[in-house]
Design a protein around this ligand. Sequence first.
Ligand code: NZQ
Ligand code: ZN
Length: 390
Amino acid sequence: MKDFTFCAPTRAIFGRDTELTVGRELKAAGATRVLMQYGGGSIKKSGLYDRVVGAIRAEGIELYELGGVQPNPHLSLVHTAIDLVREKGIDFLLAVGGGSVIDSTKATAVGACYDGDVWDFYCGKATPEKSLPVAVILTIPAAGSEGSNSSVITKEDGWIKRGLGCELYRPVFAIYNPELTYSLPAYQTAAGASDIMAHIMERYFTNEPDVDMTDRLCESVLKTIIKQAPVAVKDPTNYAARAEMMWASTVAHNDFLSCFRVGDWSSHQLSHELSALYDSTHGAALAVAFPAWMTYVYQHDVTRFARFAVEVMGCEMDFFHPENTALAGIAALRSFFNSIGMPTTLSELGVPDDQLPLLAAKVKRGPDGTTGQFVKLTEEDCLKIYQLMR
Ligand code: NZQ
Ligand code: ZN
Protein backbone atom coordinates (compact mmCIF):
# COMPACT_ATOMS: atom_id res chain seq x y z
CA MET A 1 0.00 0.00 0.00
CA LYS A 2 1.50 3.27 -1.07
CA ASP A 3 1.25 6.40 1.07
CA PHE A 4 -0.54 9.29 -0.60
CA THR A 5 -1.66 12.89 -0.44
CA PHE A 6 -5.04 13.47 -2.02
CA CYS A 7 -6.44 16.90 -2.77
CA ALA A 8 -8.96 17.43 -5.58
CA PRO A 9 -9.97 21.03 -4.91
CA THR A 10 -12.16 21.62 -7.97
CA ARG A 11 -15.70 22.64 -7.02
CA ALA A 12 -18.14 20.70 -9.21
CA ILE A 13 -21.32 22.50 -10.24
CA PHE A 14 -23.52 19.86 -11.84
CA GLY A 15 -26.94 19.94 -13.50
CA ARG A 16 -29.21 21.46 -16.12
CA ASP A 17 -28.59 25.15 -16.99
CA THR A 18 -25.56 25.35 -14.71
CA GLU A 19 -23.58 27.14 -17.45
CA LEU A 20 -25.73 30.19 -16.71
CA THR A 21 -24.02 30.51 -13.32
CA VAL A 22 -20.57 30.98 -14.84
CA GLY A 23 -20.55 34.80 -14.50
CA ARG A 24 -21.50 34.66 -10.83
CA GLU A 25 -18.97 31.90 -10.15
CA LEU A 26 -16.17 33.81 -11.86
CA LYS A 27 -17.00 36.97 -9.96
CA ALA A 28 -17.11 35.10 -6.65
CA ALA A 29 -13.67 33.66 -7.50
CA GLY A 30 -12.27 37.19 -7.98
CA ALA A 31 -12.12 37.34 -11.78
CA THR A 32 -12.15 40.80 -13.38
CA ARG A 33 -10.55 40.19 -16.83
CA VAL A 34 -11.22 36.76 -18.27
CA LEU A 35 -9.79 34.99 -21.32
CA MET A 36 -12.17 32.31 -22.60
CA GLN A 37 -10.70 29.59 -24.82
CA TYR A 38 -12.76 27.24 -26.96
CA GLY A 39 -12.39 24.80 -29.84
CA GLY A 40 -13.37 24.61 -33.48
CA GLY A 41 -16.92 25.89 -33.25
CA SER A 42 -19.16 23.27 -31.60
CA ILE A 43 -20.00 25.75 -28.82
CA LYS A 44 -21.18 28.34 -31.35
CA LYS A 45 -23.33 25.80 -33.20
CA SER A 46 -25.01 24.67 -29.98
CA GLY A 47 -25.70 28.18 -28.70
CA LEU A 48 -23.51 27.63 -25.63
CA TYR A 49 -21.15 30.44 -26.68
CA ASP A 50 -23.92 33.06 -26.56
CA ARG A 51 -25.20 31.88 -23.18
CA VAL A 52 -21.73 31.92 -21.64
CA VAL A 53 -20.77 35.32 -23.04
CA GLY A 54 -24.11 36.75 -21.83
CA ALA A 55 -23.69 35.31 -18.32
CA ILE A 56 -20.16 36.69 -17.97
CA ARG A 57 -20.93 40.17 -19.35
CA ALA A 58 -23.97 40.42 -17.08
CA GLU A 59 -21.58 40.44 -14.13
CA GLY A 60 -19.53 43.34 -15.55
CA ILE A 61 -16.49 41.14 -16.15
CA GLU A 62 -14.23 42.10 -19.05
CA LEU A 63 -14.18 39.21 -21.48
CA TYR A 64 -11.62 38.27 -24.15
CA GLU A 65 -11.71 35.13 -26.25
CA LEU A 66 -9.53 32.78 -28.25
CA GLY A 67 -11.19 30.08 -30.34
CA GLY A 68 -9.65 27.47 -32.61
CA VAL A 69 -8.08 25.08 -30.12
CA GLN A 70 -7.65 21.83 -32.03
CA PRO A 71 -7.93 18.28 -30.71
CA ASN A 72 -4.42 17.25 -29.56
CA PRO A 73 -3.82 20.96 -28.88
CA HIS A 74 -0.86 22.76 -30.37
CA LEU A 75 1.89 24.70 -28.63
CA SER A 76 1.69 27.59 -31.12
CA LEU A 77 -1.85 28.50 -30.01
CA VAL A 78 -0.73 28.37 -26.38
CA HIS A 79 1.92 30.97 -27.29
CA THR A 80 -0.80 33.14 -28.86
CA ALA A 81 -2.92 32.83 -25.71
CA ILE A 82 0.00 33.75 -23.46
CA ASP A 83 0.65 36.90 -25.53
CA LEU A 84 -3.02 37.85 -25.22
CA VAL A 85 -3.01 37.33 -21.44
CA ARG A 86 -0.01 39.65 -21.09
CA GLU A 87 -1.34 42.27 -23.47
CA LYS A 88 -4.80 42.48 -21.84
CA GLY A 89 -3.81 41.98 -18.20
CA ILE A 90 -6.00 38.86 -17.88
CA ASP A 91 -6.45 37.57 -14.32
CA PHE A 92 -8.60 34.44 -14.88
CA LEU A 93 -8.80 31.77 -17.58
CA LEU A 94 -11.94 29.95 -18.66
CA ALA A 95 -11.99 26.82 -20.83
CA VAL A 96 -15.26 25.99 -22.59
CA GLY A 97 -14.85 22.58 -24.20
CA GLY A 98 -13.09 19.27 -23.69
CA GLY A 99 -9.64 18.06 -22.76
CA SER A 100 -7.93 19.90 -25.60
CA VAL A 101 -9.36 23.30 -24.71
CA ILE A 102 -8.79 22.73 -20.99
CA ASP A 103 -5.19 21.61 -21.55
CA SER A 104 -4.43 24.59 -23.78
CA THR A 105 -5.90 26.81 -21.06
CA LYS A 106 -3.84 25.14 -18.33
CA ALA A 107 -0.68 25.58 -20.39
CA THR A 108 -1.56 29.25 -20.84
CA ALA A 109 -2.07 29.56 -17.09
CA VAL A 110 1.46 28.48 -16.18
CA GLY A 111 3.11 29.87 -19.32
CA ALA A 112 1.83 33.39 -18.67
CA CYS A 113 3.55 33.40 -15.27
CA TYR A 114 6.93 32.29 -16.64
CA ASP A 115 9.62 34.25 -18.46
CA GLY A 116 10.88 31.34 -20.56
CA ASP A 117 9.08 29.16 -23.13
CA VAL A 118 6.15 27.23 -21.64
CA TRP A 119 7.43 24.11 -23.46
CA ASP A 120 10.26 24.04 -20.86
CA PHE A 121 7.66 22.62 -18.45
CA TYR A 122 6.52 19.91 -20.84
CA CYS A 123 10.02 18.73 -21.72
CA GLY A 124 11.11 18.66 -18.08
CA LYS A 125 13.53 21.59 -18.28
CA ALA A 126 11.65 23.68 -15.69
CA THR A 127 8.88 23.30 -13.08
CA PRO A 128 5.97 25.76 -12.82
CA GLU A 129 6.00 27.87 -9.68
CA LYS A 130 2.95 30.03 -10.36
CA SER A 131 -0.28 29.79 -12.30
CA LEU A 132 -3.27 31.91 -13.17
CA PRO A 133 -6.56 30.41 -11.93
CA VAL A 134 -8.47 28.18 -14.37
CA ALA A 135 -12.19 27.30 -14.57
CA VAL A 136 -14.03 24.97 -16.93
CA ILE A 137 -17.37 24.48 -18.64
CA LEU A 138 -17.14 20.85 -19.78
CA THR A 139 -18.68 19.76 -23.10
CA ILE A 140 -17.30 16.21 -23.46
CA PRO A 141 -16.71 13.54 -20.83
CA ALA A 142 -13.36 12.02 -21.72
CA ALA A 143 -9.96 13.37 -20.69
CA GLY A 144 -10.88 14.21 -17.10
CA SER A 145 -8.84 17.39 -17.38
CA GLU A 146 -11.69 19.28 -15.67
CA GLY A 147 -10.50 17.77 -12.37
CA SER A 148 -6.99 16.56 -13.10
CA ASN A 149 -3.54 17.94 -12.39
CA SER A 150 -2.49 17.27 -15.95
CA SER A 151 -2.23 19.01 -19.32
CA VAL A 152 -1.07 17.46 -22.60
CA ILE A 153 0.30 19.62 -25.42
CA THR A 154 1.72 18.85 -28.86
CA LYS A 155 4.75 20.74 -30.13
CA GLU A 156 4.41 20.98 -33.89
CA ASP A 157 8.16 21.14 -34.41
CA GLY A 158 8.92 17.37 -34.38
CA TRP A 159 5.29 16.47 -33.49
CA ILE A 160 6.09 15.73 -29.87
CA LYS A 161 3.14 15.22 -27.50
CA ARG A 162 3.96 15.52 -23.81
CA GLY A 163 2.04 15.80 -20.55
CA LEU A 164 2.72 17.96 -17.54
CA GLY A 165 1.52 17.11 -14.02
CA CYS A 166 1.08 20.24 -11.90
CA GLU A 167 -1.17 20.86 -8.91
CA LEU A 168 -1.20 24.64 -9.48
CA TYR A 169 -3.65 24.52 -12.38
CA ARG A 170 -6.26 22.09 -11.17
CA PRO A 171 -9.45 24.00 -12.04
CA VAL A 172 -10.99 26.19 -9.33
CA PHE A 173 -14.44 25.12 -10.46
CA ALA A 174 -15.97 23.01 -13.21
CA ILE A 175 -19.47 23.34 -14.60
CA TYR A 176 -21.26 20.25 -15.92
CA ASN A 177 -24.57 20.29 -17.75
CA PRO A 178 -25.11 16.82 -19.29
CA GLU A 179 -27.39 18.41 -21.91
CA LEU A 180 -24.31 20.16 -23.35
CA THR A 181 -23.05 16.72 -24.42
CA TYR A 182 -26.19 15.78 -26.42
CA SER A 183 -24.57 17.23 -29.57
CA LEU A 184 -21.50 14.97 -29.36
CA PRO A 185 -21.03 12.74 -32.41
CA ALA A 186 -21.18 9.00 -31.60
CA TYR A 187 -17.46 8.64 -32.37
CA GLN A 188 -16.48 11.31 -29.83
CA THR A 189 -18.86 9.83 -27.26
CA ALA A 190 -17.24 6.42 -27.71
CA ALA A 191 -13.70 7.82 -27.74
CA GLY A 192 -14.51 9.63 -24.50
CA ALA A 193 -15.73 6.38 -22.96
CA SER A 194 -12.52 4.60 -24.02
CA ASP A 195 -10.40 7.33 -22.46
CA ILE A 196 -12.34 7.24 -19.19
CA MET A 197 -11.91 3.45 -19.06
CA ALA A 198 -8.22 3.77 -19.89
CA HIS A 199 -7.69 6.23 -17.02
CA ILE A 200 -9.16 3.69 -14.62
CA MET A 201 -7.32 0.70 -16.12
CA GLU A 202 -3.98 2.54 -15.98
CA ARG A 203 -4.56 2.70 -12.22
CA TYR A 204 -6.14 -0.76 -11.86
CA PHE A 205 -3.14 -2.67 -13.20
CA THR A 206 -0.78 -2.07 -10.29
CA ASN A 207 1.80 -4.08 -8.40
CA GLU A 208 0.68 -2.63 -5.04
CA PRO A 209 -0.83 -5.26 -2.70
CA ASP A 210 -3.85 -4.69 -0.40
CA VAL A 211 -5.68 -2.16 -2.55
CA ASP A 212 -9.05 -3.82 -2.25
CA MET A 213 -11.14 -0.69 -1.75
CA THR A 214 -9.78 1.16 -4.77
CA ASP A 215 -9.92 -2.08 -6.81
CA ARG A 216 -13.65 -2.21 -6.14
CA LEU A 217 -14.14 1.49 -6.83
CA CYS A 218 -12.27 1.12 -10.14
CA GLU A 219 -14.37 -1.90 -11.10
CA SER A 220 -17.63 -0.10 -10.38
CA VAL A 221 -16.75 2.99 -12.44
CA LEU A 222 -15.58 0.77 -15.31
CA LYS A 223 -18.87 -1.15 -15.19
CA THR A 224 -20.79 2.13 -15.22
CA ILE A 225 -19.10 3.16 -18.47
CA ILE A 226 -19.64 -0.29 -20.01
CA LYS A 227 -23.34 0.12 -19.21
CA GLN A 228 -23.84 3.78 -20.10
CA ALA A 229 -21.58 4.36 -23.13
CA PRO A 230 -23.67 2.17 -25.49
CA VAL A 231 -26.81 3.97 -24.24
CA ALA A 232 -25.29 7.40 -24.95
CA VAL A 233 -24.05 6.28 -28.38
CA LYS A 234 -27.53 5.02 -29.39
CA ASP A 235 -29.64 7.59 -27.56
CA PRO A 236 -27.61 10.84 -27.46
CA THR A 237 -30.21 12.77 -25.46
CA ASN A 238 -30.45 10.25 -22.62
CA TYR A 239 -29.81 12.55 -19.66
CA ALA A 240 -28.99 9.84 -17.12
CA ALA A 241 -26.41 8.15 -19.35
CA ARG A 242 -24.79 11.48 -20.25
CA ALA A 243 -24.76 12.55 -16.58
CA GLU A 244 -23.13 9.34 -15.36
CA MET A 245 -20.48 9.54 -18.06
CA MET A 246 -19.73 13.16 -17.22
CA TRP A 247 -19.14 12.47 -13.56
CA ALA A 248 -17.22 9.27 -14.35
CA SER A 249 -14.86 11.37 -16.49
CA THR A 250 -13.84 13.35 -13.43
CA VAL A 251 -13.84 10.51 -10.90
CA ALA A 252 -11.64 8.42 -13.22
CA HIS A 253 -8.88 10.98 -13.37
CA ASN A 254 -8.91 13.30 -10.34
CA ASP A 255 -6.75 10.77 -8.43
CA PHE A 256 -9.49 9.57 -6.08
CA LEU A 257 -8.98 6.13 -7.62
CA SER A 258 -5.18 6.40 -7.33
CA CYS A 259 -5.06 6.23 -3.53
CA PHE A 260 -2.68 3.48 -2.27
CA ARG A 261 -1.75 2.59 -5.86
CA VAL A 262 1.01 3.14 -8.44
CA GLY A 263 -0.49 3.42 -11.93
CA ASP A 264 1.11 2.15 -15.12
CA TRP A 265 0.48 4.77 -17.88
CA SER A 266 2.46 3.11 -20.68
CA SER A 267 -0.68 2.65 -22.82
CA HIS A 268 -1.10 6.43 -22.66
CA GLN A 269 2.50 6.98 -23.72
CA LEU A 270 2.08 4.53 -26.63
CA SER A 271 -1.14 6.22 -27.69
CA HIS A 272 0.32 9.75 -27.45
CA GLU A 273 2.74 8.88 -30.26
CA LEU A 274 -0.18 7.79 -32.45
CA SER A 275 -1.95 11.08 -31.80
CA ALA A 276 1.21 13.15 -32.28
CA LEU A 277 2.12 11.65 -35.68
CA TYR A 278 -1.29 10.65 -37.05
CA ASP A 279 -3.56 13.05 -35.16
CA SER A 280 -5.57 10.07 -33.90
CA THR A 281 -8.37 10.90 -31.49
CA HIS A 282 -6.94 10.20 -28.03
CA GLY A 283 -9.62 7.73 -26.92
CA ALA A 284 -9.52 5.88 -30.26
CA ALA A 285 -5.74 5.49 -29.99
CA LEU A 286 -6.23 4.06 -26.50
CA ALA A 287 -8.84 1.56 -27.74
CA VAL A 288 -6.12 0.26 -30.06
CA ALA A 289 -3.22 0.45 -27.58
CA PHE A 290 -4.74 -0.86 -24.36
CA PRO A 291 -5.77 -4.39 -25.41
CA ALA A 292 -2.37 -4.83 -27.13
CA TRP A 293 -0.54 -3.75 -23.96
CA MET A 294 -2.68 -6.15 -21.92
CA THR A 295 -1.88 -9.03 -24.24
CA TYR A 296 1.83 -8.28 -23.90
CA VAL A 297 1.93 -8.04 -20.10
CA TYR A 298 -0.90 -10.20 -18.68
CA GLN A 299 1.44 -13.01 -17.65
CA HIS A 300 3.07 -10.61 -15.19
CA ASP A 301 -0.02 -11.02 -12.97
CA VAL A 302 -2.52 -13.52 -14.35
CA THR A 303 -4.64 -13.32 -11.20
CA ARG A 304 -5.23 -9.58 -11.59
CA PHE A 305 -6.10 -9.95 -15.27
CA ALA A 306 -8.47 -12.84 -14.49
CA ARG A 307 -10.11 -10.70 -11.80
CA PHE A 308 -10.55 -7.90 -14.36
CA ALA A 309 -12.14 -10.41 -16.77
CA VAL A 310 -14.62 -11.64 -14.18
CA GLU A 311 -15.42 -8.49 -12.21
CA VAL A 312 -15.41 -5.95 -15.05
CA MET A 313 -16.03 -7.81 -18.29
CA GLY A 314 -18.42 -10.43 -16.86
CA CYS A 315 -16.38 -13.47 -17.99
CA GLU A 316 -16.64 -16.82 -16.24
CA MET A 317 -13.68 -17.83 -14.09
CA ASP A 318 -11.83 -20.90 -15.34
CA PHE A 319 -10.24 -22.02 -12.08
CA PHE A 320 -8.15 -24.70 -13.79
CA HIS A 321 -6.83 -22.32 -16.47
CA PRO A 322 -6.87 -18.73 -15.12
CA GLU A 323 -4.77 -17.67 -18.14
CA ASN A 324 -7.73 -18.47 -20.35
CA THR A 325 -9.92 -16.23 -18.20
CA ALA A 326 -7.35 -13.42 -18.43
CA LEU A 327 -7.27 -13.72 -22.23
CA ALA A 328 -11.07 -13.88 -22.43
CA GLY A 329 -11.21 -10.56 -20.52
CA ILE A 330 -8.88 -8.90 -23.00
CA ALA A 331 -10.94 -10.24 -25.93
CA ALA A 332 -14.13 -8.99 -24.27
CA LEU A 333 -12.65 -5.51 -23.83
CA ARG A 334 -11.66 -5.42 -27.50
CA SER A 335 -15.18 -6.48 -28.55
CA PHE A 336 -16.66 -3.82 -26.30
CA PHE A 337 -14.55 -1.11 -27.94
CA ASN A 338 -15.61 -2.40 -31.37
CA SER A 339 -19.26 -2.52 -30.32
CA ILE A 340 -19.28 1.22 -29.56
CA GLY A 341 -17.54 2.06 -32.85
CA MET A 342 -13.94 2.30 -31.73
CA PRO A 343 -11.04 1.00 -33.82
CA THR A 344 -8.81 -1.72 -32.35
CA THR A 345 -6.11 -1.95 -35.03
CA LEU A 346 -3.45 0.44 -36.30
CA SER A 347 -4.66 0.11 -39.89
CA GLU A 348 -8.00 1.61 -38.82
CA LEU A 349 -6.03 4.61 -37.57
CA GLY A 350 -4.15 4.82 -40.89
CA VAL A 351 -0.77 3.93 -39.39
CA PRO A 352 1.48 2.07 -41.85
CA ASP A 353 3.52 -0.91 -40.59
CA ASP A 354 6.87 0.60 -41.58
CA GLN A 355 6.35 3.45 -39.07
CA LEU A 356 6.33 1.21 -36.00
CA PRO A 357 10.08 1.47 -35.22
CA LEU A 358 9.83 5.27 -35.37
CA LEU A 359 6.83 5.25 -33.02
CA ALA A 360 8.63 2.94 -30.58
CA ALA A 361 11.72 5.14 -30.59
CA LYS A 362 9.65 8.27 -29.86
CA VAL A 363 7.76 6.89 -26.81
CA LYS A 364 8.58 8.95 -23.73
CA ARG A 365 10.80 6.96 -21.38
CA GLY A 366 12.36 7.71 -18.01
CA PRO A 367 16.06 8.05 -17.19
CA ASP A 368 16.37 4.23 -17.02
CA GLY A 369 15.17 4.03 -20.64
CA THR A 370 11.82 2.41 -19.81
CA THR A 371 8.17 3.43 -19.73
CA GLY A 372 5.40 2.07 -17.49
CA GLN A 373 5.29 0.90 -13.88
CA PHE A 374 3.31 -2.37 -13.85
CA VAL A 375 5.87 -3.77 -16.28
CA LYS A 376 8.81 -1.59 -17.28
CA LEU A 377 8.94 -1.49 -21.07
CA THR A 378 12.03 -0.92 -23.19
CA GLU A 379 11.97 0.48 -26.72
CA GLU A 380 12.00 -3.12 -27.99
CA ASP A 381 8.97 -3.98 -25.83
CA CYS A 382 7.16 -0.91 -27.18
CA LEU A 383 7.85 -2.06 -30.72
CA LYS A 384 6.45 -5.52 -29.94
CA ILE A 385 3.30 -3.95 -28.48
CA TYR A 386 2.85 -1.74 -31.56
CA GLN A 387 3.22 -4.92 -33.64
CA LEU A 388 0.40 -6.51 -31.62
CA MET A 389 -1.85 -3.58 -32.61
CA ARG A 390 -1.70 -4.51 -36.33
O1 NZQ B 1 -13.40 21.82 -31.20
P1 NZQ B 1 -14.88 21.66 -31.14
O2 NZQ B 1 -15.61 22.25 -32.30
O3 NZQ B 1 -15.47 22.08 -29.82
O4 NZQ B 1 -15.17 20.06 -31.30
C1 NZQ B 1 -14.67 19.11 -30.37
C2 NZQ B 1 -13.51 18.29 -30.93
O5 NZQ B 1 -13.59 18.18 -32.32
C3 NZQ B 1 -15.73 18.07 -30.18
N1 NZQ B 1 -16.69 18.42 -29.13
C4 NZQ B 1 -16.42 18.67 -27.83
N2 NZQ B 1 -17.58 18.87 -27.17
C5 NZQ B 1 -18.58 18.79 -28.08
C6 NZQ B 1 -18.01 18.51 -29.34
N3 NZQ B 1 -18.75 18.36 -30.46
C7 NZQ B 1 -20.10 18.48 -30.34
N4 NZQ B 1 -20.72 18.73 -29.15
C8 NZQ B 1 -19.98 18.88 -28.01
N5 NZQ B 1 -20.60 19.08 -26.84
O6 NZQ B 1 -15.04 16.90 -29.76
C9 NZQ B 1 -13.76 16.89 -30.37
C10 NZQ B 1 -12.72 16.44 -29.38
O7 NZQ B 1 -12.51 17.39 -28.37
P2 NZQ B 1 -11.27 17.25 -27.38
O8 NZQ B 1 -11.30 18.38 -26.44
O9 NZQ B 1 -10.05 17.02 -28.17
O10 NZQ B 1 -11.64 15.87 -26.63
P3 NZQ B 1 -11.10 15.23 -25.31
O11 NZQ B 1 -11.83 15.74 -24.13
O12 NZQ B 1 -11.10 13.79 -25.58
O13 NZQ B 1 -9.59 15.74 -25.15
C11 NZQ B 1 -8.51 15.09 -25.77
C12 NZQ B 1 -7.21 15.71 -25.36
O14 NZQ B 1 -7.02 15.61 -23.94
C13 NZQ B 1 -5.74 14.99 -23.67
C14 NZQ B 1 -5.58 14.09 -24.86
O15 NZQ B 1 -4.25 13.65 -25.00
C15 NZQ B 1 -6.03 14.99 -26.00
O16 NZQ B 1 -5.02 15.88 -26.37
N6 NZQ B 1 -5.77 14.37 -22.35
C16 NZQ B 1 -5.72 15.17 -21.29
C17 NZQ B 1 -5.66 14.69 -20.00
C18 NZQ B 1 -5.59 15.60 -18.85
N7 NZQ B 1 -5.34 16.88 -19.07
O17 NZQ B 1 -5.74 15.19 -17.68
C19 NZQ B 1 -5.62 13.26 -19.72
C20 NZQ B 1 -5.93 12.41 -20.88
O18 NZQ B 1 -5.29 11.16 -20.71
C21 NZQ B 1 -5.57 12.95 -22.21
O19 NZQ B 1 -4.21 12.67 -22.52
ZN1 ZN C 1 -6.38 9.68 -21.50
